[in-house]
Design a protein around this ligand. Structure first.
Ligand code: MG
Length: 228
């Protein structure tokens, strides 16, 4: 392990705490299909994600739709995406999410350190999923989409969390190039997550290392080994 031990662990949600392959990722695919008639592959989505600057799934869906020549407005794309992902009242694909941390992991980490979240999710969507899977785990602060002026790769969310813990060492755990860039801009050590079987896993791991990750893990469940 390089650098001082972290006193605050900051987690990205999607792909780190939550498997979103059947929720956000599927919502991208179905939104694109709705406007273009073609269902994009997971590989195609990851390829665009690995380029960075698209951590927001609305932007990513919009870009894929525009690439194909269709020309709906951004608002129409967002509305359709939300209808598919959120549904009427949290009853859309969000219910297909799976929680990644094994039972006990977060409780053990929280006994020795502070836990926080910096996510690109809307607050409502972050809290919905935390209520389902992480009752009793105190992530504080939770910085969501609405809480920052500039989204990732800007450092705003991490700087906000750092300001809540003056003089403490933070680590940020994320699974995208934009997460790594955000951490670097905020001068927060970064741990990358690139799960086996993930589309473009090797490319992602290489990119996270190139962006300064001190380690790239297969899962958040390996974090305790890294902390020693
Ligand atoms: Mg993520």
């Amino acid at each position: 392990m390089s650098g001082p031990v972290p006193e605050v662990l900051v987690f990205d949600m999607d792909g780190v705490l939550v498997d979103v392959s059947r929720s956000y990722r599927e919502a991208i695919r179905r939104t694109v299909e709705r406007f273009t008639g073609r269902l994009p592959s997971h590989d195609e989505i990851q390829a665009l994600k690995n380029r960075g600057g698209m951590n927001n799934d609305w932007d990513l869906s919009f870009a894929l739709i525009r690439q194909s020549g269709a020309a709906p407005s951004y608002e129409e794309v967002v509305e359709e995406f939300q209808r598919i992902f959120w549904g009427r009242d949290g009853d859309g694909l969000i219910l297909e999410e799976r929680w990644i941390p094994q039972p006990g992991l977060l409780e053990r980490l929280a006994a020795r350190r502070r836990l926080a979240i910096f996510t690109g999710r809307l607050r409502q969507e972050a809290e919905h999923t935390l209520r389902r899977f992480a009752q009793g785990i105190g992530f504080d602060p939770l910085v969501a989409h609405e809480d920052v002026e500039r989204t990732k790769p800007a450092p705003d969310g991490l700087l906000r969390i750092a300001a809540a813990f003056p003089g403490r060492t933070l680590w940020y755990l994320g699974d995208s190039v934009d997460d790594a860039r955000s951490a670097r801009s905020a001068s927060v050590p970064f741990v990358g997550i690139a799960p086996p079987g993930h589309p473009r896993r090797e490319e992602l791991a290489r990119l996270l290392e190139a962006e300064g990750a001190m380690a790239v893990l297969a899962s958040v469940n390996q974090l305790e080994e890294l902390l020693g």
